[in-house]
Design a protein around this ligand. Structure first.
Ligand SMILES: NS(=O)(=O)c1ccc(NC(=S)OCCc2ccsc2)cc1
Ligand SMILES: [Zn+2]
Length: 263
């Protein structure tokens, strides 16, 4: 199986150029979370997020997703608690979505797909001094995953949606300030699944403590449609490609246990 090989089978992915061999390859992400196989762990604490909207700096299209980047040179926007022993700094958040509302998320719950998934990316500032250092270490990163469902309009998301037309093309950047990412978290952040995995795009390093929220957030159909108006391609390229289906295929669990903070 893909778990036994020293290198996970080469990852051909429409978005990436050429095969990708990942060293080790037995704790890759995303995965299907099989609820009945998850193990309740009473030692798991509530998540503690403390985000400062003043640290919000820019929003840009990196040709794979769009990222909202935060100043992570100080401990102003942090995550701790949950399954984590250390304090982590928020560096960016981004989304993955489909071309239709029928699919788009990276993780699934009992095979259930969601139209999109939010990732809030943090690195371990107790142990490392830069994201780039933490990205190659076992306990280097913590990513909060939040599922999106289509329903009522998300008022907090609208400010972000309104900025997207300005970054339609790959490598476009605009200043983006005073956005509080806490507004994108579900009302209940006490119920989550957690497991050890990887980044879901290159460099695919196995440095991530994943924290996947049980409760989803709702966004409107029109808000999601604006995500799909983004382009993978830069302004110079002749053929423009819509930024859709920017999710990775699911990876083998390889005997890992998914723990739950709730029964
Ligand atoms: N999707 S993910 O949260 O696992 C994740 C997080 C950070 C990174 N970091 C880097 S260096 O990725 C650069 C490209 C990228 C792709 C989506 S967000 C950033 C990659 C994937
Ligand atoms: Zn992601």
């Amino acid at each position: 199986t893909a778990c036994s090989s020293k290198y996970v089978l080469s990852q051909m992915h429409p978005m990436w150029q050429g095969p990708l061999a990942v060293p080790g390859g037995d704790r890759q992400s995303p995965i299907d979370i099989i609820v009945r196989k998850s193990v309740f762990d009473s030692a798991l604490k509530p998540l503690v997020t403390d985000y400062d909207p003043e640290t919000c700096q820019q929003i840009w299209n990196n040709g794979y997703s769009f990222l909202v980047e935060y100043d992570d040179t100080t401990d102003k926007s942090t995550l701790k608690g949950g399954p984590l022993q250390d304090q982590f700094r928020l560096c960016q958040f981004h989304f993955h979505w489909g071309e239709s509302n029928a699919w788009g998320s990276e993780h699934t719950v009992d095979r259930r797909l969601f139209p999109a998934e939010l990732h809030l990316v943090h690195w371990n500032s107790d142990k490392y001094s830069l994201f780039e250092e933490a990205v190659i270490e076992d306990n280097g990163l913590a990513v909060i995953g939040v599922f999106l469902k289509v329903g009522k309009r998300h008022e907090g998301l609208q400010k972000l949606v309104d900025a997207l037309p300005a970054i339609r093309h790959k490598d476009s950047v605009v200043e983006f300030n005073k956005f509080d990412p806490a507004c994108l978290l579900p009302t209940n952040t006490d119920n989550y699944w957690t497991y050890h995995g990887s980044l879901t795009t290159p460099p695919l390093t196995e440095a991530v403590t994943w924290i996947v929220m049980k409760q989803h957030i709702e966004v409107s159909h029109d808000q999601l449609a604006v995500f799909r108006s983004l382009l993978f391609t830069s302004a110079e390229e002749e053929v423009q490609k819509s930024m859709v289906n920017n999710f990775r295929v699911q990876q083998p669990l390889c005997g890992r246990t998914v723990r739950s903070s709730f029964t």
